[in-house]
Design a protein around this ligand. Structure first.
Ligand code: AMP
Ligand code: MN
Ligand code: MN
Length: 325
């Protein structure tokens, strides 16, 4: 890690007593892992930490030590804000009170599309997970990584790489895994809890969505409607597991899964084959992400959202073909 950055971050942390850590709405394993991991590291430095996320911790990550401490609302006085795994300010949702607008904000993230909204921006798109960056910070500042912290940090690496199968996995990621396993985290146990275990209802719902799959211009897409979710009693709205499973389909260059939410918005999860890129399409639609996995959240009825998104993804794929010629 760049020593100028670690010094700047260390100086902000040293000056602060009450630290508010925030991760993104609709949290995934890296969001929760980095929140809990950095939270425990800062607590060990004698800080009073508040761990916040607009949405509750999903069932898959409740095995992580400290997950009970995550709150959905914040109040009171803070000296410092830290955002984790958020590519733009809106990803923090409404959990940050407006009167905190003048506070120092350390933005720690690995999304290529990060809008650099902090007072200190540490964005490393070569990291496979934000938790890999948190480990690098702990090592740079000489903080001890306990078993509890290691479990949380390894959870981010395991989930964001789908157990080390994504195209960005490199030696630095595997060195981080080694360090975290040396500190006592179990890779198979995390993979089982965070990636393998799921309720039967989610698979029945996937079956409905698979039934509706369409392949058009190399884009494989489907929707998880509110109706389907009600039928199967699925209140959680993270269907990244479905998008991930579909991303291996040979006939598809890109995968898009639309999820209708209770509040009328539509979550869009996108995947691209290696060499292709959906981050640009997501960014044009107000979202963000990585070249191979990106997303956005849109207003409008499902049909309209589908047309808009598929047009953007088509555009991204054809630009790529044009560039290659
Ligand atoms: P998902 O399909 O939910 O697993 O998301 C894939 C990637 O896209 C992740 O890196 C997310 O951070 C990013 N992403 C998903 N939804 C959004 C959104 N509404 N805004 C910005 N980025 C998003
Ligand atoms: Mn995330
Ligand atoms: Mn991440």
């Amino acid at each position: 890690m760049d020593p100028i950055l670690s010094e700047a971050i260390s100086a902000e942390i040293e000056q602060a007593q009450r630290v508010l850590l925030v991760t993104h709405v609709g949290p995934d394993g890296d969001a929760i892992g980095s929140l809990l991991g950095l939270g425990a590291l800062l607590e060990a430095q004698g800080k009073e930490v508040t761990l916040a996320c607009e949405d509750p911790v999903p069932e898959s990550y409740r095995f992580l030590p400290g997950s009970d401490a995550v709150v959905q609302a914040t109040g009171g006085r803070y000296d410092l804000l830290v955002s984790l795994d958020c590519s733009d300010q809106r990803r923090m949702g409404d959990v940050v009170p407006e009167n905190l607008a003048g506070l120092p904000l350390i933005n720690i993230d690995h999304h290529l599309t990060n809008s650099r909204f902090g007072t200190i921006n540490w964005v490393d798109a070569s990291a496979v997970a934000t938790t890999q960056m948190v480990l690098a910070l702990a090592e740079a500042l000489g903080w001890r990584v306990t078993r509890q912290v290691a479990i949380c940090l390894l959870n981010g690496l395991v989930t964001d790489t789908r157990s080390f199968r994504t195209s960005n996995v490199d030696l630095a990621a595997m060195r981080a895994v080694l360090r975290l396993m040396e500190a006592g985290a179990s890779l198979p146990e995390i993979a089982r809890q965070a990636l393998e275990q799921r309720p039967l209802a989610s698979v029945r719902l996937w079956a409905d969505a698979v039934e509706d799959l369409r392949l058009e211009d190399g884009i494989l897409w489907t929707s998880v409607t509110l109706d389907m979710r009600q039928r199967h009693g699925m209140s959680e709205n993270d269907f990244s597991g479905l998008a991930n499973s579909l991303s291996g389909i040979r006939e598809a260059s890109a995968v898009v899964v639309f999820t209708e939410r209770e509040d009328g918005l539509v979550d869009v999860g996108m995947r691209a084959s290696p060499g292709l890129n959906v981050a640009g399409a997501a960014l044009r639609l107000g979202g963000g992400g990585h070249p191979q996995a990106a997303g956005c959240t849109l207003e409008g009825d499902l049909r309209q959202v589908q047309d808009r998104v598929l047009a953007e993804v088509r555009r991204s794929l054809s630009e790529r073909v044009a560039n290659a010629q």
